[in-house]
Design a protein around this ligand. Structure first.
Ligand code: FAD
Length: 393
């Protein structure tokens, strides 16, 4: 550890961030801003060179938690004013194809923003290039960790070599199936639970219209609530829509012929067929595979003053509240506030993060599970029709 150049008495930490997804990339920026040395290790190739990440949600809803965190690294304005597509409410598709709106906030017109995962992740990584104190290592998979010593071993997946590194601080931002967290399972008093729900998701797509425009009004999160299951759509910058079908796995399994699938869509999502296109619907449905949804709770998030879990590694939640990335971004913001408060003294920062963060993330996790019922079913109940009346005023 070296002292910082700027005359500050605080130590310049040597930090390794494991995982260069959304949260790890943002955390690298926060740490770099504080003047620490940051090495970011990512299992996959550089997302800036990958046109599409298969099997992951293509776009996400950015809310105020995430915006606040982006603000402090100077990226909120660009994302909100120049890039993201605002969604000011839900647009509900009834069985007969008619629609109505439920504003998120009719008075202030607040909204959430549809942003592309690849774009946002690339932007965060690109921004890190402007800091000399950040190094990025792609194709590096964490395979072994000695957390108390702060030492990690990575496999370079493109050459099959292994490399070992040590750090003052290890940030585990390696997602829901975190290897850093796996190493923490052996720690005494480390609580961990994971819950897979019986529903999975499959992504479909509504393309842009023949003039390159949106086929549906873009400033809404569109929902086809059908009681036990639902479909949603978020707008993309190229005027297409990412459509996500959430349904019990058993229902996915039963739709095993083209005829059954088309009959199912005719019965439950008839207005979406012409929007998606019959051929594309069949291609995308049978070309993909439903993915599982897991909720993970654990605590504490730290090991001594050496290791901290953030993002999905600490608290993967089901996506129905649109808060996974947002809560992960908020982790970075909160950690920065604690670093400021304790002058980067990790022996104070990490325990306080652990002690104060878990209640909020557990609550978000529970709310996210509840919101599936809200979105797929309760949203159609009469209370919400009152909101429709207000919306139509
Ligand atoms: P990840 O995005 O999973 O990134 C982890 C990174 O670590 C990956 O790049 C991975 O390659 C890398 N990694 C993994 N293992 C290793 C290893 N051993 N060594 C090195 N690197 C490793 N959230 C919202 O806020 N709003 C939404 O609207 C929203 N919609 C969603 C829709 C769906 C269908 C799903 C599934 C999720 C949604 N989420 C949403 C949640 C959001 O995707 C996650 O919360 C977010 O991606 C978490 O970011 P992360 O960086 O913590 O983890």
């Amino acid at each position: 550890m070296a002292n910082l150049q700027n005359g500050s008495s605080k130590k310049r930490l040597d930090v390794v961030v494991v995982g260069g997804g959304l949260v790890g990339s943002l955390e690298a920026l926060y740490l770099a801003k504080r003047g620490h040395r940051v090495r970011l290790y990512e299992f996959r190739e550089d997302i800036r060179k990958t046109p599409e990440v298969r099997g992951r949600s293509i776009n996400l809803a950015l809310s105020i938690r995430g915006r606040t965190a982006l603000r402090d690294v100077g990226l909120e304005k660009h994302i909100v004013e120049s890039y993201g597509i605002p969604m000011y409410g839900r647009r509900i598709h009834r069985l007969d194809g008619s629609t109505y709106n439920i504003p998120y906030d009719a008075n202030t017109k607040q909204g959430i923003y549809s942003v592309g995962r690849t774009y946002l992740n690339s932007l965060l990584l690109q921004e890190s290039e402007s800091y000399d104190n950040v190094e990025r290592f792609f194709h590096h998979k964490l395979i072994e960790a000695n957390l108390h010593k702060g030492s990690l071993t990575f496999l370079k997946t493109n050459t099959n070599e292994t490399v070992s590194v040590t750090a003052d601080l290890i940030i585990g931002a390696d997602g829901a199936y975190s290897s850093v967290r796996k190493a923490m399972l052996k720690e005494p008093l480390f609580d961990f639970s994971q819950k897979y729900i019986e529903h999975g998701y499959l992504e479909l797509c509504i393309p842009a219209d023949e003039n390159g425009g949106f086929q549906m009004p873009p400033n809404f999160l569109h929902i086809w609530p059908r009681g036990e299951f639902m479909m949603i759509a978020l707008p993309n910058q190229d005027c297409s829509w990412t459509v996500t079908l959430f349904m019990p796995f058993i229902k996915f399994k039963n739709l095993d012929t083209e005829e059954k699938l088309l009959d199912f869509f005719e019965a439950y999502f008839p207005d979406s067929i012409s929007l998606i296109g019959r051929k594309k619907l069949l291609e995308d449905f049978f070309g993909g595979k439903p993915s599982p949804l897991v909720a993970i709770k654990c605590r504490p998030y730290n090991v001594d003053n050496k290791v901290l879990l953030i993002g999905d590694a600490a608290h993967a939640v089901v996506p129905f509240y649109g808060q996974g990335m947002n809560a992960g971004f908020e982790d970075c913001w909160l950690l920065d506030k604690l670093m400021q408060k304790h002058n980067d003294d990790l022996s104070k920062v990490l325990p306080e993060f652990s002690d104060t963060r878990w209640e909020d993330t557990f609550a978000i996790s529970d709310l996210a599970l509840y919101n599936y019922v809200e979105m797929r079913d309760l949203v159609t109940r009469p209370t919400y029709l009152i909101r429709k009346a207000l919306d139509d005023l």
